[in-house]
Design a protein around this ligand. Structure first.
Ligand code: UD1
Length: 420
């Protein structure tokens, strides 16, 4: 198993090229199940979750080939309709194949994903919406068995809660359903927007893209001629490197980034004392003299993302004063706190709220990554810790960060990947 060994640095300097967004790639790869053609996808990040989903599609009969700078996915030969436990257990987002397979074949079996470190993460809203579209769903022996022998029918869906993968699943199912589907309380994340835009550009009529109410005209089962596309930049990866700049008080330039998607993150960094030069596809963070404490509440887009909570918590350990960070989306997303405490951070947890007393000098030690974004918080802390930090279980990190240690080394960090 790999681990990262990191030492503190005075400051970082240079340019980091941002990869394509993992969370945009996953639904867009699942969407190719609706295609009548093979689809070229550019700017896919080189991360484990993408490989997992491509492997799932290959197991179902699709052909996937890797060519220079692009991946070609041909789902025309796809014939299996069962997503088995061995793959689904490694990545909950495998649930994204449920909507498109059911819409195309009229039946689908997807293993229940099982427990998840950051909270319950149920999929009841996905299932209820598919039932409203005419699916019959049973849970049998750990599998979701869904059938829609007469095809799916457009419906009026009102999500009780905003769900990102739930919205994506229903948009994909609706694209092949009979008639019109309206989704109220839809997710507005840029990754959902890109899914809708690619479908629109491929001829699917979707109104309300980027708003909380989406209306999708289905094709009544006819497969779609899907265009080639390039994945949008990863706003969470970008946010993580901005935090690396802020915590080390450095100047770093991010390229191939979409500043428009980072509004809440940039605004919180500004409150903490950072300043930026922003151009169309680049952001330079300038060194700040001090780091100010902050109040953060995680919420759905366009508010502050839960996927940046752990990184800001690490940053807050270096702020001059008391920061309050409230997690509203996932009930158990503070597992990085105990590891940061082991490094010397002064953090008190009360339910969904963390109070961070800065500024504490952190000390390097052996720490364990507990989930994807928690891992990057430990890396950020390591950049300013005395001595050496060994971050174990970085398979979590590899699920969603493309070449993290190489990108950080490129701007002067002292960080290496080693074998246990
Ligand atoms: C997606 C992102 C993840 C991010 C999260 C919130 C992907 C692959 N993952 O996860 O990185 O942290 O959005 O921005 O895009 N819920 C239910 N029932 C459901 C579905 C969700 O109660 O059927 C609840 C969840 O428990 C959670 C909230 O709704 O409290 C939001 O979850 P959701 O948006 O579905 O998260 P994911 O799509 O799994």
């Amino acid at each position: 198993m790999d681990y990262l060994k990191a030492k503190s640095v005075k400051s970082l300097k240079g340019t980091i090229d941002i990869s394509g967004a993992k969370n945009a790639s996953l639904p867009l790869i699942a969407m190719t199940i609706l295609a009548q053609n093979s689809v070229n996808i550019k700017n896919l990040p080189n991360v484990a979750d993408i490989k997992t989903l491509l492997k799932l599609l290959t197991n179902l009969g699709a052909c996937v080939s890797f060519e220079e700078q692009k991946v070609v996915v041909d789902t025309v030969p796809l014939h299996e309709t069962k997503a088995t436990y061995d793959i689904v257990k490694t990545m909950r987002a495998s649930i994204l194949v449920l909507g498109p397979i059911l819409a195309r074949f009229g039946h689908c079996e997807v293993s229940l994903p099982g427990g998840c470190a950051i909270g319950q993460r149920p999929i009841d809203l996905h299932l209820k919406a598919l039932e409203q579209m005419g699916a019959e769903i049973e849970i049998k022996a750990g599998y979701i068995e869904a059938r829609a022998p007469k095809g799916l029918q457009g419906a009026n869906i009102i999500f009780d809660k905003i769900t990102v993968t739930g919205t994506a699943n229903i948009v994909m199912a609706a694209a092949l359903a009979r008639g019109k589907t309206t989704i109220t309380n839809a997710a507005r994340e840029p990754e959902v927007v890109q899914l809708c835009e690619v479908l629109q550009a491929s001829g699917v009529k979707i109104d309300g893209v980027g708003t909380a109410v989406l209306t999708i005209e289905g094709s009544a089962g006819k497969l779609i001629n899907i265009i080639d596309f390039s994945i949008i930049p990863d706003r969470i990866e970008a946010g993580t490197y901005l935090c690396a700049g802020a915590i080390t008080k450095s100047e770093i330039t991010l390229i191939n980034v979409e500043p428009k998607h980072l509004g809440a993150v940039l605004s919180k960094l500004e409150e903490m004392g950072s300043s930026f030069t922003i151009e169309k596809n680049s952001i330079t963070i300038h060194p700040s003299e001090t780091i100010k404490p902050v109040k953060i509440v995680t919420q759905e887009y366009p508010a502050f993302p839960t996927d940046m909570q752990a990184q800001f918590l690490a940053l807050a350990t270096q702020a001059d004063g008391v920061s309050i960070i409230e997690e509203k989306l996932f009930e158990n997303r503070f597992m990085h706190v105990s590891e940061l405490q082991r490094m010397g951070a002064d953090i008190t947890l009360n339910g969904h709220t963390a109070t961070v007393n800065g500024k504490m000098q952190l000390s390097g030690t052996d720490v364990m990554a507990t989930d994807l974004r928690a891992s990057s918080a430990l890396v950020l802390a390591a950049l300013v810790s005395e001595g050496e930090t060994n971050i174990h279980r970085i398979y979590h990190l590899d699920r969603g960060y493309d070449s993290l240690e190489k990108k950080l080394e490129g701007v002067g960090a002292n960080i290496k990947r080693l074998k246990e």
